[in-house]
Design a binder for this molecule. Structure first.
Ligand code: DI6
Ligand code: FE
Length: 408
């Protein structure tokens, strides 16, 4: 191929699952091609026969499988404390709603997170992050939402920022100040929303600490009206929104997110046909979180057939959090999405690549092996992408590449 540079990196003798929708094969698979990277970006995928061998650094992958780096588009990775004992209570018959009404649930984690120093939170989150990167994750979203005041939401978001600084990984930070009503605002949810809209959101936005705004629209969270106030405040500053919606009941949260052209509507077990139609129209991604579905022993499944029928892109994420999804494994989330929600393994893969990228507003730069996309790759000792979905726990990751650079 003409136009190769000496500094190019050329990965060859591999099978590429490109997830490029312009390719007809399942997973966008191509064999006998090489991937060329320059300055951390993919510049071409070309037939091996067209390569010239004298220019660039050639890396023979010995027939291994290459995919885009995985993307976990919904996590609550930063938090203090543990909820293991609360889980034990739940197994002794106490419901999540009751636990949360009695100051447990989210508020227990809020207390532990407020008490923890930034350093402690950083250390804890670092270990969790490594569990994801070891599975090939190169981009993940991290939400605040266990601080619930300006100081502690700031502390959480600074931890997310420092994780990005000290690791070869990209982080998309989200402000989830409207996650729960803090104990000191008990019975005054509207006043807390005022604090979110008038202080927490604008202050932390000015400090450059997040890039999107989320809210928990639910009977144990905030009403659609309160959620909308947060969306209005975000919209005024031009900040993209997303929502935890229709997780435990149908409140019309997906329509609300769609009206604000939200990036994603997440959970959505109780999503209605109207909600699906609204999402299809606004191009909002459906983020499926089978870990929480499994851990809460939920039986209502998200309307996958209807989402498919209307062409709503489906992402899959861990929702890693101490209360409802203590699973820092994206492979497990993919497996659960297939077993519990009936996704095909290819859909599960699209859910952690191409569609997860769209859920983070990065659909044109991340989640595909195609020219112009970032050179974030996962290289596997595997023949076919179904293997990672089929057998979570046997992790065949061989190397993780971030911006064209091999990670230890
Ligand atoms: N939905 C969830 O599943 C988590 N947050 C949310 O809005 C629960 C978070 C927790 O229990 O700590
Ligand atoms: Fe969540």
């Amino acid at each position: 191929m003409s136009g190769q540079h000496d500094t190019d990196i050329i990965w060859h003798n591999a099978r590429f699952a490109t997830f490029d929708p312009n390719r007809a094969e399942p997973y966008g698979l191509v064999d006998d091609h090489a991937l060329l990277v320059r300055d951390g970006k993919i510049i071409a995928i070309v037939p091996e026969s067209t390569l010239s061998s004298d220019k660039g650094k050639h890396i023979d992958l010995g027939g291994r499988l290459v995919t885009p780096g995985l993307i976990d588009c919904h996590t609550h990775l930063v938090f203090g404390g543990s909820r293991a004992q609360e889980w034990e209570q739940r197994l002794n018959g106490v419901s999540y709603q009751t636990i949360s009404a009695n100051g447990g649930g989210i508020n227990a984690t809020v207390q532990a997170t407020r008490q923890a120093s930034e350093e402690t939170l950083l250390q804890l989150a670092q270990q969790r992050l490594e569990r994801l990167t070891r599975e090939g994750v190169t981009l993940l979203e991290i939400k605040s939402g266990y601080g619930l005041d300006a100081e502690n939401e700031r502390k959480m978001l600074r931890v997310a920022q420092r994780l990005a600084e000290q690791n070869a990984v990209e982080i998309s930070p989200t402000l989830l100040a409207a996650h729960a009503v803090p104990a000191d605002y008990k019975g005054r949810a509207d006043d807390y929303i005022t604090l979110v809209c008038e202080q927490i959101l604008p202050e932390l936005w000015q400090e450059g600490l997040f890039e999107s705004v989320d809210a928990f629209c639910e009977n144990v969270g905030f009403t659609p009206e309160q959620t909308e106030r947060v969306f209005v405040a975000a919209e005024c500053l031009g900040i993209p929104v997303k929502g935890h919606v229709e997780q435990l009941s149908s409140l019309g949260g997906a329509e609300l997110v769609s009206r604000y052209h939200g990036l994603s509507a997440d959970h959505i077990e109780y999503l209605t046909a109207e909600g699906v139609a609204a999402m299809a129209q606004s191009g909002t991604v459906a983020v499926l979180l089978p870990g929480a579905f499994y851990f809460l022993n939920e039986t209502q499944k998200p309307p996958v057939a209807e989402l498919r029928r209307l062409g709503v892109p489906m992402a899959v994420a861990t929702d890693y959090n101490p209360g409802t999804s203590p699973f820092a494994s994206i492979h497990l989330a993919m497996n659960m999405a297939c077993v519990k929600f009936g996704l095909t393994p290819e859909e599960a893969w699209q859910g952690v690549t191409r569609h997860a990228a769209s859920a983070l507003g990065r659909g044109k730069t991340h989640g595909q092996l195609a020219p112009g996309f970032v050179a974030d790759l996962a290289i596997w000792d595997a023949q076919h992408p179904v293997e990672m979905v089929y057998e979570p726990g046997r992790n065949p990751l061989w190397k993780r590449i971030f911006r064209g650079e091999e990670q230890a």
